[in-house]
Design a protein around this ligand. Structure first.
Ligand code: PFF
Length: 468
């Protein structure tokens, strides 16, 4: 933990057995948590799953999941982290020992480490696509191109395992380079400049989208719910994505919470992070869908959606090569800070449990992840017909890439979140939660009831519906 700990202030946490630095301010925590939350999930995944699931009704359910399930669980993760004052697995162990609970609860931390590892393996491949598009946009080859030509460029990238491997390797190396040195503090400072910059560039593309003559169609696609377009599996995707986009169910917010000073409001900071994350996702949607409709593209085009629409915008706006390359550089930064928070839990776990040093654990975890990423790369071309668990109905037709995405977002993260909700809502001492949260009685009661009943029941109902 030490190598990545915030170094800005020192002080021992109540109940912690080691001296650990605290975040210097509420802002530092917000930046780190936002750095983890805002990433490819907002700009790449949210628009494409919205397109695949019919738009407005999906977006509405997604926002409900953020507010009624994601936010309360984020607060619970931060509470566990700050209460335990240690790394996630040890925080839970500490709380279970003190409150005489079963030590089996540390499974939450293990699920988190496993999910983070599986996610990073394909996240890095998509991060690699963004790296490759910096050159594509900067070279000016998109200028004035048709939608077909831009689509072909993307298909050619997917069909070429060598190029995909190169950019996947570059992305993973970027992530490992930071994790091994533990220089995250510097990167977090960078987030305070780069996130607003990404925001401004997204606004620029939204501005362009307004000139396409199809902005209204984009807005109504996103915000006019048509429930006939939403299936029960779409509801599961919305729920899973609420966890993915807020970096929940992986004990990451627990790790960050352990550094949060006692006098800072967990509710306010969690609301701020969730709001910023949601605004970025919605802006990405507003930037993309008008371009989709203006060019007669397919809203449900799948994972390639942003790579087929945004380059079209950059190819047609003034100074598009400059804006385009800047945009993809900022997207890489957003993905990078998220990637770091995905590798960190496994590296820490190897250090704590296997006694490895930082270099060996980073190399071991990073290389294992990189290797698994190769399977995702091949599933985009040579193995595009291979469905490894296709004999089970729920995994039918799913390639390695689809399978990893489904397993993590739709199963492991909601399961991790469910366990966090049950642990906090039903097992942790209520007075401890009250003192950690120090909210008004009404605020606390709403949170507590949501965590005990609404969130677990919602996750279970969605699970059961999708299994039968
Ligand atoms: N929240 C990140 C995104 O939306 O891109 C992805 C992510 C990061 C998921 C860290 C999970 C995580 F623990």
């Amino acid at each position: 933990m030490s190598a990545s700990s915030p170094t800005t202030a020192t002080g021992a946490l109540d109940g912690a057995n080691e001296k650990r630095g605290l975040w210097s301010s509420r802002m530092a925590f917000i930046l780190a948590a936002t750095g983890s939350a805002v990433g490819l999930g907002n700009v790449w995944k949210f628009p494409y799953i919205t397109g695949e699931n019919g738009g407005g009704a999906f977006v509405l359910v997604y926002m409900l999941c953020i507010a009624a399930v994601g936010l309360p669980i984020m607060m619970a993760e931060v509470v566990i982290g700050r209460r335990g004052g240690r790394s996630p697995v040890n925080s839970i162990r500490h709380i279970t020992q003190r409150d005489v609970l079963s030590s089996r609860w540390s499974i939450v931390g293990i699920i988190g480490v496993l999910a983070a590892f599986l996610i990073l393996s394909f996240y890095s491949v998509i991060g690699g696509w963004a790296v490759s598009y910096v050159g594509t946009t900067a070279s000016g080859q998109l200028t004035g191109q048709s939608a077909e030509a831009i689509g072909a460029l993307f298909s050619n990238l997917l069909a070429d395992p060598g190029t995909l491997l190169l950019w996947h390797t570059v992305f993973m190396a970027l992530v490992m380079a930071v994790v091994v040195k533990g220089v995250r503090a510097g990167l977090e400072r960078a987030v305070s400049i780069l996130m607003p910059a990404l925001f401004v560039l997204l606004l620029t593309v939204v501005g362009y989208a307004m000139t396409t003559g199809h902005f209204g169609a984009g807005v109504s696609f996103l915000f006019k719910p048509d429930f006939s377009q939403l299936s029960t599996s779409g509801v599961l995707v919305a729920l899973g994505h609420a966890f993915f986009t807020l970096s929940l169910g992986m004990a990451i917010m627990m790790a960050y919470g352990s550094y949060l000073p006692k006098d800072i409001s967990i509710a306010k900071t969690s609301i701020t992070v969730s709001l910023m994350d949601t605004v970025v996702a919605l802006l990405a949607g507003l930037a993309i869908f008008p371009i989709v409709f203006a060019n007669g593209l397919e809203a449900g085009a799948g994972p390639g959606l942003i790579f087929q629409t945004l380059p079209l915008a950059f190819g047609h706006m003034p100074m598009g090569s400059l804006f385009g390359s800047l945009f993809f550089i900022l997207l890489i930064f957003a993905a990078w800070t998220s990637g770091i928070s995905l590798l960190e839990p496994l590296v820490e776990w190897l250090e704590e449990q296997k006694g490895m040093n930082r270099v060996r654990s980073t190399l071991g975890a990073g290389i294992a992840c990189w290797l698994l990423g190769i399977a995702s790369i091949l599933s985009l071309n040579l193995w595009s017909d291979v469905a490894p668990l296709g004999m089970f109905a729920m995994f039918e037709g799913k390639t390695v890439f689809d399978l990893l995405d489904y397993l993590t977002s739709n199963i492991l993260l909601p399961l991790g979140g469910l366990l966090v909700a049950v642990f906090t809502g039903w097992f942790m001492a209520k007075d401890a939660l009250q003192s950690e949260l120090s909210m008004s009685a009404t605020g606390f009661n709403i949170w507590y009831a949501t965590l005990r009943y609404l969130a677990p029941v919602a996750v279970m109902i969605v699970f059961v519906y999708n299994l039968i």
